[in-house]
Design a protein around this ligand. Sequence first.
Ligand code: FES
Ligand code: FES
Length: 167
Amino acid sequence: MEKLFNLSITVNGKLYEREVEPRLLLSDFLRHDLGLTGTHVGCEQGVCGACTVLFDKQPARSCLMFAVMAHGREVTTVEGLGTIENLHPIQEAFQEAHGLQCGFCTPGFLTTLVPFLEEHPDPSEDEIREAISGNLCRCTGYQHIMDSVKLASEKMRNSREKKPQSG
Ligand code: FES
Ligand code: FES
């Protein structure tokens, strides 16, 4: 048996310490060791984007990373974006504009789009298309997803405007 690695990782704001095999994929660690099955695994070769998580706040393919690469780092999965009672605006938008069908690809879209919409508060259609070009949806078309992203950008802009200014 391979020597185990003492992994210390923050996931969705909570610190976890686990002994893991060095070859364990981050996607498998999240799903099997932590039970965070919202991160989906499709192609396992970096193509479909279903396994996307936020790694130090930037989207990353968890199927292409070993869990040990996240030692001392911060990961956010779809479970960390919002709660059932308090959805993230992007989750509300996907629900309202029918951006999810079977939902398999959805966690990857959401984690890809959160930092994108934070950096691009009012994105053009082309910018949205480019942002989601690495996420594949095998259900049907992308029109509802495009509509959801536009609605999400509106919601995120509105919630920013409502926030009291500090200082
Ligand atoms: S499962 Fe990771 S990109 Fe497809
Ligand atoms: S909603 Fe089914 S794969 Fe995208």
